[in-house]
Each structure stands twice: as C-alpha cells, then as structure tokens.
Design a protein around this ligand. Structure first.
Ligand code: COA
Ligand code: AMP
Length: 626
C-alpha cells in the first residue's frame, strides 16, 4: 500500500501533478491538461479545460465496460417490506428515461431541479438524471418543513420539482404532497412543473399541471449524457449557517468526480464490485457523496436503506443488512450506534449472523464519543474509523486512510489530514499555534478538488463567511488542536451551528422562529449535550411585559412553531420562560456560558458579564431536563 505520509506530502508539494494523476480514474470527453485555475483568488477552479459528464462516469461507463449486469443499487426498505436490486444497466436505463422526462419539461444544462424525496431509488434516479443533462439538482431533506423548502426553492429557482406522495418515518407515513403544495404557495419563484411519484402508502392529490412519475416515464424517450465543463455545477446543497438563511453549497462536476473516486479507494478501501453501505439520507451531504456518487463512480454496489437503526423492526436491522447483502464497509453517524447500543447493549442481535465480509465501520457527522467507539469496536470486532468533514468539503478533511499504509487509530481523533487538505490550527490573530494548543481549524487555500466552489448566487457571502476571517485560509467553523504526531482533534463548532443526531441545524434559524411569536421579547437557543443525539436544542425566552398567557402554553406554541416552520428534524422539545437572559455589557447574549451550565460544566463567569445575578437565577432552569 502507498505510504500515507509520502502521499500527503506529494499532494501538497505538487498538487497539480497529484490531481491530474487522480483525474485519470475518470472518463473525460476532453481530458484536462491543467489541474488548477488560480487566476482569480480566492475563487479556485479545478480542471478548467476538462469536459465530462458525472452520470456517464457513475453509470454508462460501467455498462460500456461490460459490467451492466453487476448490481449497482440494492434498495432495502424494512418500512415497506421491499427489496429491489438494480443492475448498472437497469439503473442507467431508468436514469436515461427520467432524463427524457425532465428534458421534455424543458430542462437543459444549467437549469435547476429541486428534489424532495425520501430514501427510495427514484431519489437516486432523479439526481443522476439531472447530472445526465448537465442540470443542477438541489435535494431537500424530507424532515424540513414547507417554509424551509420554500426558502430553498426561491434561492435555487428550479424549473421542475420532483417529489413523492409520502415518506415513511419508522411506522409513520408522512404525506409529502401537502407539504410541497404549501411550500409552492409560499415560494415567490415556484417551478412550472411538479412531478409526483405515487407510492402505495399514500395517494397524493394531484393539482393542475402536476405530472405522475409513472405516467411520464411510460412515454419518455431515453436521453444521452450531455458533456459539460468540469467547472459547471452538478448540485446545490443547502446547509445551515449561523444566520437563519441557509447557504447553497455549490459542487462542480469534474473536481467532485475525481475527489470522490480517489476517496473511495484511498480512504475507504472500497473498490469495483464491493458492496458499500452508507446509512444516512440522500438529503444530506453524506448521502450525496457516499450513497449516490462515490460508490457508483468506482463501480461498487451501493445499499439504499429506507429504515432506522432501531424500530424497523429492531436493533438488529443494521446487522441484518450487512449480513444479507455482504456489505464490506458501513458509513453512518455515531448517533445511530448510540441508538442501537441503548436497545441492545450486549449486541445480542449480532449472534448467529454472518458478518464475515464486513471489514470496517466508518463514523462521521458528529463527534465520536469514546463510549460509542469502544462499544462498536467490541461488538463488531473490526476497525472503527472516525473521520471529520462537512457539507462544504463534500468529502473527508481528516481520516484514517484505509487504502494507504495504515496509520494507527487514536480514539478521540479523526486521525490525520487527508491528502489535499493543508489543515492548520490558528489563534485569534491568525498565527499557527503549537501542537496541543486549541484554536480555529482552518484549511490553507486552495481547497482540493470536490470541495465547494462558492455559494449559490452568493459569492460575497462565500468570501465573508469562510475566507475573510483568515486571508488565504478556509474557515471550517470547528475548533480543535493537532497533537505531536499530527493527529487532529475536533472539539466542536465555534459558531451557532449545532449537530442533532448527525443533522446540522442552526440555532439562529430557531431563534428567528421563536422571536416571531407575538409574546416573545427576547430569546436564545443553545445546543446542549444529549446521550442519544449528541446535542439537542433548548430554547430560553423572555416574554414581553404585559403578556398574560400561561408560560406553559407559550412554550408549547413555540415548540410547535419550530416544528411547523423548520421541521420535526429540529427536535426542539424544551423551551423555558425566564426573567432575563445573561448578556455582556455590550448586549451580547452569553450563549456559551448557558451551554456550559446546561452541560453541567464548571463554567467560569465571563469578565464582560453585565449582571452575574441573571446567570445565577438561570442555573436551576438550565440544569433541569424535561
Ligand atoms: N422526513 C420526515 N421527518 C423526519 C425525517 C424525514 N426524512 N427524518 C427525521 N424526521 C423526524 C423524525 O420522525 C422525528 O419526528 P418526531 O419528533 O415526530 O418523532 C424528528 O424528525 C427528529 O428525528 P431524529 O432526530 O432523526 O430522531 P429520531 O428519534 O426519529 O431518531 C435516530 C433518532 C438516532 C434513530 C436517528 O436520528 C438516526 O437514525 N440517525 C442516524 C444518523 C443519520 O442518518 N445522520 C445523518 C447524517 S450522517
Ligand atoms: P455537516 O455539514 O452536516 O456534515 O456537518 C459538519 C459538522 O459536523 C462539522 O463542521 C463538525 O462540527 C461536525 N462533525 C462532522 N464529523 C465530525 C467528526 N468526525 N468529529 C467531530 N465533529 C464532526
């Protein structure tokens, strides 16, 4: 196996050569001769003269190479009792047909298509059909409410929206069409057409102009792949920032395909023909990169699982899927393992199952706590690999690259910087700090291929949110340190982003919803530690003087508001009415202090505090859990 250290050094000392070599794993209409266009810093573009099609690389080229009969996608849905395998040829044909459907609706290269679908093969088909035409998909996670969907529609301005009659959450059927109709009514720029997949579990009420997926597929003609510039956008994926307005992360075609293909073999040690399973959702970046694109780009078989780690039907569900489909490696969030551990602490459900083909468990999306690491290592008996990345980067920043000579695993650290990423820890003034000292985790520009190129329609925001704090660096938003051996430790977000069950959410967005309630004068939302979900949000509100409503009623209304306006996934269940919020003398709410107290830490009183008595009064409230 190639050496990690040597590979990493090469990626930083001669990135052009490194990535042009990696680009050979991709099939190009016009192979790139130049690796990086750095003529317009801080905007960098990879493979500026290459022409490519991502769908061709994910499907057609495997069929052309004679692997058409190999399984591409295994759909395993305990919530509907369905299993279906698509070969590469079948998936290619379905995608080509759906590309025909979209083309008939006038979708051409560069047009946007919003996809609001649950974990069903049609989600993958719709995404790849966009890629086939050079259109830009924007998948919205099903747990988001109509207001959030409308915000994304208005920003992306899609020509078409693709949805289904329902999603299934455990045992609950969630009707999507009423949510979509409400979002379309709220949107200022609704698309012309909505395509609706009718599922057995719910019938969507069709409105004038809505198209039925099955009907349009029955009459569609397949479309070929459209060559696009490597630098053209493949997708927009909205993610939470510090403000209420989500950020549309833009991914290109060429850099993305090269980086993901490289990551599959070098980081995950997964190859053509292997069975790979990412238990996440296509609505998140983990789903985009490692359910859909990366495994297909390298000709592996990807498992699409419509179910939960527990309750569909029990805590043995993950082991069943691994054993039944011969999964070589699983990628999920630690929270899924905490849920399994809670129900089956001794791992009894594993007994008698054949997991002999299972080699590695990859965990990311939130901090991997030592108890979960120990438990997963013990019950599975395979390496448990923590790795760290984010929506913006699209693929790991730090990992233990399993396809290179293996550096030792150190529990508590997502290991070492991945080739291509020059990770540095910076202090307040932008100076590099010595080993062991905590600071802001930043990445020296240019970022490697596959990372965000900008924010959709918001170049300025891209620069101001990520690139201005430390000129020449990308700010990850996480704090952490590097040890003497070069291992990175990620200690958590330094901004108002929280991570709930591996789902990234903005406390700022929740505060905006609470502040919209007529009885609320002031509010704060903080993320507090939770045994199962890692973090959960908690709201604290000060009511306007003269409000006579019972505080419990207001709190219940506030919880419902966040559910209605952001979505169930926000999981805000506790809001407390308080007399005052602690502030600095300049009026800044001391969220960090409140968070520390709520987490039971011995939180020092900040010197800038306006009135320490406010904090004292809050202590019992913050320590209480309902
Ligand atoms: N569509 C509609 N609603 C959704 C949804 C979706 N796609 N995903 C979640 N929700 C709802 C849930 O039903 C739940 O609703 P409720 O408040 O009415 O019960 C709410 O959003 C919160 O969901 P979640 O945070 O997922 O909590 P949970 O208690 O349902 O499940 C886990 C907890 C740990 C089992 C679950 O979060 C899980 O499987 N996590 C795996 C990790 C993962 O996929 N992370 C993604 C990034 S890698
Ligand atoms: P998302 O954009 O949803 O993937 O969330 C990215 C954020 O999740 C990161 O900025 C981190 O705060 C957190 N995160 C992801 N993976 C890890 C990890 N392995 N360890 C610690 N935090 C993580």
């Amino acid at each position: 196996m190639p050496s990690y250290r040597e590979t990493y050094q090469r990626s930083l000392t001669d990135p052009a050569r490194f990535w042009l070599e990696a680009a050979e794993a991709i099939s190009w209409y016009v192979p790139p001769t130049q690796a990086l266009d750095d003529s317009r810093p801080p905007f960098y573009r990879w493979f500026p003269d290459g022409r490519v099609n991502t769908c061709h690389n994910a499907l057609d080229r495997h069929v052309d190479a004679g692997r058409g009969q190999q399984p591409a996608l295994i759909y395993d849905s305990p919530v509907t009792g369905t299993q279906r395998t698509y070969t590469y040829q079948e998936l290619r044909d379905q995608v080509a047909l759906f590309a025909g459907v979209l083309a008939e609706q006038g979708v051409v290269a560069g047009d946007r298509v919003v996809i609001y679908l649950p974990m069903i093969p049609e989600a993958v088909i719709a995404m790849l059909a966009c890629a086939r035409l050079g259109a830009v998909h924007s998948v919205v996670f099903g747990g988001f409410a109509p207001t959030e969907l409308a915000i994304r529609i208005d920003d992306a301005q899609p020509k078409v929206l693709v949805t289904a009659s329902c999603g299934i959450e455990g045992k609950r059927v969630i009707e999507y069409k009423p949510l979509v109709d409400r979002a379309l009514a709220l949107a200022r720029n609704p698309p012309d057409v909505t395509i609706v997949l009718q599922r057995e579990q719910a019938v969507a009420l069709m409105r004038k102009g809505d198209l039925d997926w099955a009907e349009v597929m029955a009459t569609a003609s397949p479309r070929p792949c459209v060559p696009v510039a490597a630098t053209d956008p493949l997708y927009i994926l909205y993610t939470s920032g510090t403000t209420g307005k989500p950020k549309g992360v833009v991914r290109d075609n060429g850099g993305h395909a090269v980086a993901l293909a490289w990551s599959m073999t070098n980081i995950y040690d997964v190859h053509t023909g292997d069975v790979w399973w990412t238990a996440s959702d296509v609505g998140w970046v983990v789903g985009h990169s490692y359910i859909v694109y990366a495994p297909l780009l390298i000709g592996a078989t990807t498992v699409l699982y419509e179910g939960k780690p527990v309750g569909t039907p029990d805590a043995g569900a993950f082991w069943r899927v691994i054993s039944e489909h011969g999964v070589k490696a699983l990628f999920t969030a630690p929270t899924a393992f905490r849920a399994i551990k809670k129900e089956d602490p001794l791992g009894r459900a594993l007994a008698r199952l054949d997991l002999s083909r299972f080699r590695t468990l990859f965990l990311a999306g939130e901090r991997l706590d030592p108890a979960t690491y120990d438990w997963a290592s013990r019950v599975l008996g395979v390496p448990v690999v923590d790795h760290w990345w984010q929506t913006e980067t699209g693929w790991p920043i730090c990992a233990n690259p399993r396809g290179l000579d293996r550096v030792p695993i150190k529990p508590g650290s997502p290991s070492v910087p991945v080739p291509g990423y020059d990770v540095q820890i910076l202090d307040e003034s932008g100076r590099r700090v010595p080993a062991g000292v905590e600071g802001a985790v930043a990445i020296r520009l240019p970022l490697p291929p596959g990372t965000l190129t900008t924010l959709w329609n918001a170049d300025d925001r891209y620069v101001s949110e990520y690139l201005s704090r430390y000129p020449g660096y990308y700010l990850t938003g996480d704090g952490g340190f590097v040890d003497q051996d070069g291992y990175v430790y990620v200690m958590g977000r330094m901004d108002d982003v929280i991570n709930v069950a591996g789902h990234r959410l903005s406390t700022g967005a929740m505060e905006a919803v609470l502040a919209g309630h007529p009885a609320v004068a002031e509010c704060a939302v903080i993320g507090v530690a939770d045994d199962l979900k890692g973090q959960v949000p908690r709201g604290l509100v000060v009511l306007k003087s003269g409000v006579n409503t019972d505080p419990d009623t207001v709190c219940a209304e506030l919880v419902q508001r966040v559910r209605d306006e952001i979505g169930a996934v926000a999981a805000l269940r506790q809001v407390n009415v308080v007399a005052a919020l602690p502030k600095t003398r300049s009026g800044k709410i001391l969220r960090r202090t409140m968070r520390g107290i709520a987490d039971g830490k011995d939180e020092p009183m900040p010197s800038t505090i306006e009135d320490p008595a406010v904090v004292e009064a809050l202590r019992p409230v913050l320590r209480s859990r309902r």
